[in-house]
Design a protein. Structure first.
Length: 140
């Protein structure tokens, strides 16, 4: 069989597989692919690629707002009575399981783990804010 014909059959087979699966956003182009196939399977541009980066730089007021928002959204905490110096256990009657839930919510909000030994020391919103600022090296 002619080498050129074998190559074109292989390329067309790849185009058919790509068309059937719809998982591929581009196909390796060669001179054997028709214009119709080129328009249907355009190459991926650099604008379509996904890139990851850090979020905006954190500041102490931003951390304070986010911590207070997470605590205000917790159902066992009264948002009207919440201050920076409120003791979450004494003032709102949170037990150890509730404190674990608060710490998990903070971990999810700020995307880092809080060890159990450190989590036991975080009893007020101010303590939580200071801990997060220390982890992110923010000293204002």
């Amino acid at each position: 069989m002619n080498r050129c014909l074998m190559t074109s059959c292989g390329v067309l087979r790849n185009a058919v597989v790509a068309r059937k699966t719809e998982k591929f956003s581009s196909v390796i182009f060669c001179s054997y692919i028709t214009r119709l196939q080129r328009s249907k399977y355009p190459p991926i541009s650099s604008l379509q690629t996904r890139s990851f980066s850090h979020g905006p730089p954190l500041s102490k007021p931003m951390i304070e707002d986010r911590v207070m928002l997470v605590l205000q959204l917790y159902d066992k905490i009264d948002p009207n009575k919440l201050t920076l110096k409120s003791d979450l256990v004494k003032d709102f009657g949170l037990d150890s399981l509730d404190m674990v839930e608060v710490n998990v919510a903070m971990e999810e909000e700020f995307t880092f783990d809080i060890p159990s030994a450190d989590a036991q020391r975080l009893r007020t919103p101010f303590d939580i804010i200071q801990y997060i600022c220390d982890k992110h090296d923010i000293y204002e």
